[in-house]
Design a binder for this molecule. Structure first.
Ligand code: NAP
Ligand code: F7E
Length: 323
């Protein structure tokens, strides 16, 4: 039985990846933070039902806990999905963002190097590492990376640490540069889930309006359950490397908003307001990915833009009273 550790198991991707690995017969060990309220909603169904699923308290900022878990389990694979993942929030807590998203990665890599060098390591890199206006799109692993946020800077540091441990120490340290990917499990402060939840509530008379920031930015939105399949494939390659995971299609936030409202028969102009507090000091205006590297290993996106919008709204319509 193969063993895997997932950091960030309580998150959107971590929960889908845990399901995928369990379905493939893995023993899965998930690292979760101790919080004052429950944050395990996305994995409760696994905790209670699957004997091959185990959880541990740990924090990427706490070397003792992370090193202890790695040296005890010495897993075949370590998927590093844990991160302070909100770009706007990273401007407000830049130091913590660097600690969790960059130093945290160093802690994992050092623990693997010292105590479990056979462990394959996956780093969740991000299209936020790109971001320079004027650079020809679509973006791939050869595109210059000049990030525009503390989040992007931290992810770029982690990307290079992963490369350095791969090249310097010969570790199987691999990375996927994933463009935005969504699902009903997306956190409520990301724009797609904020929109889909608001549309469902407005349609049902539970909310009056939706307040957003920059509607002109363009994003390459994919489907999280498909993107974790790419992550798994990247980890199964003979050699570690850099792989881009994207749909190759881009849409403005405005298009997402319009598609969402028109799906339930409403006109977005009647409900959407703009507030600068949701805008960022620096914005990445355009993201569109060239996923040729992932196609070469047999991965292709299937869910289309409008299907993603509809699936998220369908879910939120059915779960109006969920906390
Ligand atoms: P998410 O839903 O925000 O999940 C992030 C996970 O990281 C949560 O389980 C969170 O725990 C955990 N975490 C946060 N800080 C931590 C710390 N200090 N120590 C340990 N765990 C910590 O994010 P996601 O969308 O699943 O993304 C997964 C990974 O891919 C992240 O690294 C993200 O930066 C990266 N990424 C995401 C996208 C995307 O579009 N989704 C694109 C590119 C890259 P709590 O539940 O306790 O908060
Ligand atoms: O913003 C605009 C905002 O927060 C998307 C993370 O998973 O993908 C994600 O980062 C766009 C931006 O995602 C609101 O300005 C407008 O242009 O949903 P988001 P993100 O910043 O692209 C990357 C690849 C990651 O790696 C990250 O972890 O939408 N926008 N109005 C808004 N965004 C938010 N959150 N809220 C608004 O009200």
């Amino acid at each position: 039985m193969k063993t895997a550790i997932i950091s960030g198991v309580t998150g959107q991707d971590g929960s889908y990846l845990a399901e995928l690995l369990l379905s493939k017969g893995y023993e899965v060990h998930g690292i979760m933070r101790r919080l004052s309220s429950f944050a395990s909603g996305r994995i409760d169904h696994l905790v209670n039902s699957n004997p091959n699923f185990h959880t541990y308290y740990g924090d990427l900022c706490d070397g003792t806990s992370i090193t202890g878990i790695i040296s005890d389990i010495q897993p075949d694979e370590f998927y590093n999905l844990g991160a302070m993942s909100h770009v706007k929030v990273s401007f407000e807590i830049p130091q913590y963002t660097l600690e969790a998203n960059a130093v945290g990665v160093l802690i994992v890599l050092e623990a693997i190097r010292k105590f479990s060098p056979h462990t394959k390591f996956y780093q969740a890199s991000s299209s936020e590492m790109f971001g320079v206006p004027g650079v020809p799109a679509p973006y791939n692993e050869n595109t210059p990376m000049i990030p525009q946020s503390p989040y992007g800077v931290a992810k770029l540091a982690a990307y290079h640490l992963t490369r350095q441990y791969r090249e310097g120490y010969g570790l199987f340290a691999t990375t996927g540069i994933l463009f935005n990917h969504e699902s009903p499990r997306r956190g409520g402060t990301f724009v797609t889930k904020k929109i889909s939840q608001a549309v469902a509530r407005i349609k049902n008379g539970m909310q009056d309006s939706l307040v957003l920031g920059n509607l002109d930015a363009k994003r390459d939105w994919g489907w999280s359950p498909e993107f974790v399949e790419a992550i798994y494939l990247i980890m199964q390659q003979e050699k570690p490397g850099v792989f881009v995971v994207a749909t190759g299609e881009t849409h403005t936030i405005r298009e997402f908003v319009e598609e969402a409202f028109s799906y339930v028969g409403l006109d977005s102009k009647d409900y959407v307001r703009i507030d600068d507090k949701y805008k960022r000091p620096n914005e990445v205006p355009l993201l569109i990915g060239d996923a040729s590297s992932s196609k070469k290993i047999g991965w292709e996106p299937k869910m289309k833009f409008h299907e993603i919008v509809h699936a998220m709204i369908d879910y939120d319509m059915e779960h109006l009273n969920d906390k």
